[in-house]
Design a protein around this ligand. Structure first.
Ligand code: VGL
Ligand code: ZN
Length: 196
């Protein structure tokens, strides 16, 4: 089995001081840098929104963290974050970014994209499956931010697409809003994701 590590959204805006800070998000950087050495293939994802993105509360005159209905289903509205070209969208300065591939996601102004595999309409692919298939990779390990959003969405899609999928929770941190962490863990387990 050929394996790959996917490092999800370890960006300034998801770390303390950032626009959508995940509590202790920066704590995982050192551990991820060490873990990267166990893998021949490393893929990083980068949340990469245009200004005025439809997932921003400011685009709807709403408060952050409220839930709205989009054409493609329910969507949490977020503070403006990870705007293309800004410091907040850059990777954490200590993160080893010498990966094989960087997948940018969330650049479509009308659709958010939590997963590394599909946008939130659940059908527009990012191309990552094709990349992994053509590289002969069938065993995927996932770490990063946030465990209850982009990490869990990526893991569930990976498992559904037939990859052996492991989430290393010690190298993740969660937003954990209204029970979102517990819910994400249950959904990952029922999708066949290995949680360690
Ligand atoms: C994320 C909310 C909005 C994440 C990205 O990386 O988990 N969460 N955009
Ligand atoms: Zn985002």
């Amino acid at each position: 089995m050929s394996k790959a590590l996917i490092v999800v959204d370890v960006q300034n805006d998801f770390c303390p001081g950032g626009a959508l800070a995940v509590d202790k998000g920066d704590e995982i950087v050192e551990g991820i840098n060490r873990f990267i050495k166990c893998f021949d293939t490393v893929i990083l994802t980068q949340d990469w929104h245009p200004q005025g993105h439809s997932s921003f509360a400011s685009s709807h005159d709403s408060d952050p963290f409220t839930l709205i209905e989009m054409d493609y289903g329910p969507q949490v509205l977020w503070p403006d974050h990870c705007i293309q070209g800004t410091k907040g969208a850059q990777f954490h300065p200590q993160l080893n970014t010498n990966g094989d591939l960087i997948i940018r996601k969330g650049f479509n102004p009308k659709i958010d994209s939590y997963s590394a595999f599909f946008e939130n309409d659940r059908k527009t692919p990012t191309g990552l499956k094709g990349y992994l298939d053509t590289r002969g990779i069938n065993d995927v390990h996932i770490v990063g931010l946030a465990l209850d959003y982009c990490v869990s969405y990526s893991a569930i899609d990976a498992a559904k697409l037939g990859f052996k999928t492991t989430v290393h929770q010690n190298l993740c941190r969660a937003i954990d809003m209204d029970g979102s962490l517990k819910q994400a863990q249950l959904k990952m387990e029922s999708a066949g994701v290995i949680l360690i």
